[in-house]
Design a protein around this ligand. Structure first.
Ligand code: ATP
Ligand code: MG
Length: 649
């Protein structure tokens, strides 16, 4: 960015916290100020009160080797103990997970049942010769065995590396090689939209080039035939057969690694992010309790992300279980067997807290209001979103159609690297504005800076930076300290640079504007793709939009838009010019798209994020970049064809 970001979007709708919610909220007014006045004391107090330590830490932050920070370094603990054992005496019969399987299967697991399964598997893993520090790859779908496997690893100090079950064998293979994993845990197959995803067959292909793997453990889920390689492959059920239901949790250092997790790959080659034990647990338990306002005795909490992403690690497994939450895990697709699948689950289980992604919300909008309207959603009391900037129109739709206008909406900004939520409203405390993630969570410190690293005054935009270390921060990129330092700590020395653009309004609210790489420079103005997309989505005909800056001799970059319409609308030339005018009216003539292409779908990562860099490649007639993390590769060539016919000024 050669100058700060233009401030184009005007959003003046404000939603104060409902009084009834505020009355019983976990978060209290003044908590931001408290944490700011004693930030290390704030984190120390949360780490001591929320975690059961085998040996309490006396140190809080060790910053002697920045950016390789340590937190609570002399403490000892075990995360599986914190997630399970300590709840058992009084709450062993409490449901940990209601699991909803795709072809109509259901399972309910109590904390005591999960603990037994974890111990049996941990004993089984030990019988294979695995020892503390060994890496275990998990290539699974959304079944209870996935959190069980994560916790069994955590019990022994094995480092898990989950690879999203929607990834190909190549993606699995490269991640196994990068982490030199010794064992992989997978399934015969996973259900998805009525079909079987052949996880074991993919694993077999991946293992052709991975010399470090000694064993593949296979969960029988679909029951279809798979090849089992003698001496290498073991059924999960055989491994745990006859294993004791007791297994002592290994005391681990707070800075021992807990897991490796690869980022979504939206911007290029995925990075193997390393998280450790103590600081991570302090971060996820504290944020989970305040951001989701969880009441362990009464709430039914559903984070509808995939466990294979960081959202699932932090807010389906570690945060919720350590906080003794009753959760829902859903195996299948949101539109199978019909578009109301999620809402029927909310009604059936009386879900009170629901957390999903903007991409899902835009799909719900596209499918139509009639689907949520068919179900009783009155049990819901809080809604959340994560993953991308949420278009204000999608926020409002969610608030009205899912939240019945009574539920606070928490738009949570964070990353694989941050480990836990970082910028978010506190429900019951923060007045929200649709499209703004509002303020840094207590104990987090962020700023918006210009090219030179100077703070941009309120009302302006620039680069988001995090100005102080935090407990759940990534410790490094696996086996690549240098890349860690270069990627996050070199752009603005002494500060963490997440790679996202951001503006603040006059009230100090943070508005995340997508990746810095996506920001356009049009006729000397820095314009965020997010704002132009939100303007397009605010038109009633539009379901989803992606915008990129394409090279242009006169203006530097020209705005190229790709638009998906609502189910009932067809795109024609008239709508095209209406939409261009609509953007000009909303944001000003400078933001008017030069071209608009109507498309049935947009290229997305497997976590559902729009991949703008591919659209940019298309717009500039370039060879397409890395598409291995793409979910819907076909659409790219389709769009490429249509882009050549798009309208120009
Ligand atoms: P890669 O780093 O490999 O390109 P990725 O950044 O998509 O992939 P994640 O760690 O899953 O991988 O995503 C974090 C990013 O998602 C953030 O940096 C930000 O760009 C975006 N994001 C997440 N939540 C929000 C939010 N509430 N508002 C705006 N953007 C968000
Ligand atoms: Mg990223």
């Amino acid at each position: 960015m050669s100058q700060t970001l233009e401030n184009l979007l005007r959003e003046d709708r404000t939603f104060p916290p409902p009084a009834s919610f505020a009355a019983t909220a976990n978060a209290r007014p003044g908590i931001h100020e408290e944490a700011a006045s004693g930030y290390l004391a704030f984190w120390r107090e949360n780490a001591l009160s929320r975690i059961t330590w085998f040996k309490e830490p006396t140190e809080v932050l060790d910053d002697s080797n920045a950016p390789f920070f340590k937190w609570f370094a002399d403490g000892e603990l075990n995360l599986s103990y914190n997630c399970l054992d300590r709840h058992l005496a009084e709450h062993g019969d409490q449901v940990a997970y209601h699991w909803v399987g795709e072809p109509g299967d259901k399972r309910t697991l109590t904390y005591a049942e999960v603990a037994k399964e974890v111990n049996r598997l941990a004993n089984g893993l030990r019988s294979l010769g695995l020892v503390k520090g060994d890496r275990v790859a998990l290539y699974m779908g959304m079944i209870p065995e996935l959190p069980i496997a994560m916790l069994a690893c955590a019990r022994l100090g094995l480092v898990h590396s989950a690879v999203f079950g929607g990834f190909s064998s190549e993606a699995l293979s490269s991640r196994i090689i990068d982490a030199s994993a010794r064992v992989v845990i997978t399934q015969d197959g996973a259900w998805r939209g009525g079909n079987v995803v052949p996880l074991k067959a993919n694993t077999d292909r991946a293992l052709e080039g991975t010399p470090t793997i000694s064993h593949a453990i296979v969960v029988k889920r679909t029951g279809h035939d798979v090849d089992m390689v003698e001496g290498r492959d073991i059924w999960w059920s055989d491994l745990v057969e006859g294993q004791s239901e007791e297994c002592d949790p290994v005391p681990l250092g707070a800075e021992d690694p807990l897991y490796i997790l690869y980022t979504s790959g939206t911007t290029g080659k995925p990075k193997g992010i390393v998280h450790t034990q103590g600081g991570y647990l302090a971060g996820v338990t504290t944020t989970h309790s305040y951001v989701f306002d969880v009441k362990p005795d009464t709430d039914v909490y559903w984070c509808a992300a995939d466990i294979g992403w960081v959202t699932g690690h932090s807010y389906i497994v570690y945060g919720p279980l350590a906080n003794r939450t009753t959760g829902v895990i859903y195996e299948g697709a949101p539109n199978y067997p019909d578009f109301d699948r999620l809402w029927s689950i909310v009604a059936e289980y009386g879900v009170t807290i629901f957390y999903t992604a903007p991409t899902a919300i835009r799909s719900f909008m596209k499918w139509g209001d009639q689907y949520p309207a068919k179900h009783d959603l009155s049990s819901l009391r809080l809604l959340g979103t994560v993953g991308e900037p949420i278009n204000p129109e999608a926020w409002v739709w969610y608030h009205l159609n899912i939240g019945g206008e009574r539920c606070p909406v928490v738009d949570t900004w964070w990353q694989t690297e941050t480990g836990c939520i970082m910028i978010t409203p506190l429900p019951g405390v923060t007045a929200t504005k649709p499209g703004s993630a509002t303020f840094p969570f207590p104990g987090f410190f962020a700023d918006v800076v210009d090219d030179a690293g100077n703070s941009v005054p309120l009302g302006g935009g620039g680069y988001l930076v995090i100005t102080r270390p935090w407990p759940a921060m990534a410790r490094t990129i696996y086996a690549d300290d240098q890349r860690f330092q270069e990627t996050y700590w070199s752009r603005f020395p002494g500060r963490y640079f997440p790679g996202d653009g951001c503006k603040r309004d006059e009230d100090g609210y943070f508005w995340l504007l997508g990746r810095v790489d996506d920001i356009m420079l049009v006729a000397g103005h820095n314009i965020s793709t997010t704002e132009v997309e939100s303007a397009l989505v605010s038109h009633p005909a539009v379901a989803e939009a992606a915008v990129v800056g394409r090279r242009d001799e006169i203006t530097g970059q020209a705005i190229a838009a790709f638009v998906t319409l609502k189910a009932s609308v067809t795109g024609d030339d008239e709508l095209l010019s209406t939409l261009r005018e609509h953007v000009a009216d909303t944001l000003g003539p400078i933001a008017k798209p030069r071209s608009i292409v109507f498309t049935a779908d947009l290229p997305k990562t497997r976590s559902g994020k729009i991949m703008r860099r591919l659209l940019k490649d298309i717009s500039e007639n370039r060879q397409l970049g890395d598409v291995t993390t793409l979910a819907n590769a076909d659409i790219v060539s389709e769009i490429a064809e249509m882009a050549t016919q798009s309208t120009e000024d």
